[in-house]
Write a protein that binds this ligand. Structure first.
Ligand SMILES: [Fe+2]
Length: 192
């Protein structure tokens, strides 16, 4: 029996495995292998971000399980809007949240599919640190820096602005250093 590209995207590399429920959803929805590889990369970065923030700032309250599930499923709407795997677009965001809800995923875990692309925008309301961390992971996995997003995360750290900047900048630089390896892993898998 040969192993499918989707199975390989879910299991290969030293990236941490997705939460079991997220991997199951990707299998059920027959996700594109490249999408699964992308979610592995972003989830791995979210793991590092929550681990480092949690150890460095134990007073900070955020739900790690939610962030990791959100990172592992945030783009699942691209199983429906497959053109957005290779071109920009936002149709996958609401579609992803609705898809997750239709499979019985509770709102507090499904919401990230809808918020990951805009949580840091000035008009975004009702956004928690968890939403911002999923958005941050979805940028820094490839080494992208979004000042407005980082500022909004920093503002949630409850520290002096310069201190928040130092904490985040160190962390993001460390994570961004692995971008090339993650990009190579993702692009090794087909979009269909
Ligand atoms: Fe993404």
């Amino acid at each position: 029996m040969t192993t499918s590209a989707l199975d390989r995207a879910l299991t290969e590399s030293s990236l941490r495995p997705l939460p079991a429920a997220a991997a199951e959803l990707l299998l059920i929805t027959n996700a594109q292998p490249r999408l699964a590889a992308h979610l592995r990369a972003v989830h791995d970065v979210a793991w590092t971000l929550t681990d480092r923030l949690g150890r460095g700032r134990p007073d900070l309250e955020f739900d790690t399980t939610s962030v990791l599930f959100g990172a592992a499923t945030h783009d699942i709407g691209k199983t429906i809007h497959s053109s957005e795997l290779s071109q920009p677009g936002h149709l996958h965001e609401d579609a992803g949240r609705e898809l997750l809800l239709s499979y019985g995923v509770p709102w507090h875990l499904a919401r990230f599919a809808g918020t990951h692309g805009s949580s840091w925008h000035p008009d975004s309301t009702g956004v928690d640190l968890e939403d911002l961390l999923v958005s941050l992971a979805d940028q820094v996995w490839k080494g992208a820096r979004v000042p407005e997003l980082e500022e909004r995360v920093g503002s949630q750290l409850g520290a002096a602005p310069w201190e928040a900047f130092m904490i985040l900048d160190d962390l993001i630089q460390d994570v961004a250093a692995g971008a090339d390896t993650r990009l190579a892993f993702q692009s090794a898998f087909p979009v269909s």
